[in-house]
Design a protein around this ligand. Structure first.
Ligand code: GAR
Length: 191
């Protein structure tokens, strides 16, 4: 059994797509949901799916107050970032080398780096009148949005697509592809 931990800061619509995808999977299990925000929607989604969840403050995550211990107890094999908006501390990257995946709502290296996350991305794409946008799934290293790219998919944009529309098109791609890419990664790289 490969055990996944999902880390998320917000709504958790990607987390939900991943939970649904691996529901009843005999080889891959979402074993933990971690959030840095107590009121994050993703924690409710975890409860509804009867998945163990935990809240750690930003400081507790940075200072390793039990985060790694819990991951070891639950035999977590890989960490899946799904809208997790804090930087991943080095001790986590060292404990899970090439075993942390992130999804970014743009075609990296465009629209990446510090401050360029979540709802900040789509207005920037809109203002630049780009003809497409998309998603990037990549490994996590010590820099923001810099690890090896595993997968990208794009969607065409109309010039009058407002940031909300761009966001909706991109999120649709995220929900469709992220669970499939995670599954392929587990089968081809981790197993
Ligand atoms: C997603 O669009 C994800 O790509 C983005 O946050 C959103 C979370 O939505 N992540 C980043 O910007 C990371 N740099 P969700 O909570 O509904 O899954």
């Amino acid at each position: 059994m490969t055990n996944l931990a999902i880390w998320a800061s917000g709504t958790g619509s990607n987390a939900q797509a991943i939970i649904d995808h691996f529901h009843n999977n005999s080889k891959i299990k979402v074993a933990l949901i971690l959030s840095n925000r107590k009121s994050a929607g993703v924690l409710t989604k975890a409860a509804e799916a009867s998945i163990q969840s935990v809240h750690f403050s930003k400081l507790a995550i940075q200072e390793n107050e039990g985060v790694l211990k819990l991951h070891r107890e639950l035999k977590i094999d890989a960490i899946i970032l799904a809208g997790f908006l804090l930087k991943i501390p080095l001790y986590i990257i060292n404990a899970y080398p090439d075993q942390i995946l992130n999804i970014h709502p743009a075609l990296l290296p465009k629209y990446g780096g510090k401050g360029m996350y979540g709802h900040h991305v789509h207005p920037a794409v809109y203002n630049n009148k780009d003809s497409d946008s998309g998603i990037t799934i990549h490994l996590v290293n010590e820099k923001y949005d810099d690890g090896k790219i595993l997968f990208q998919a794009s969607t065409e944009l109309d010039l009058d697509d407002q940031p909300e529309i761009i966001g909706r098109k991109v999120l649709e791609l995220e929900h469709y592809y992220y669970p499939k890419i995670i599954e392929a990664f587990v089968e081809n790289v981790l197993e």
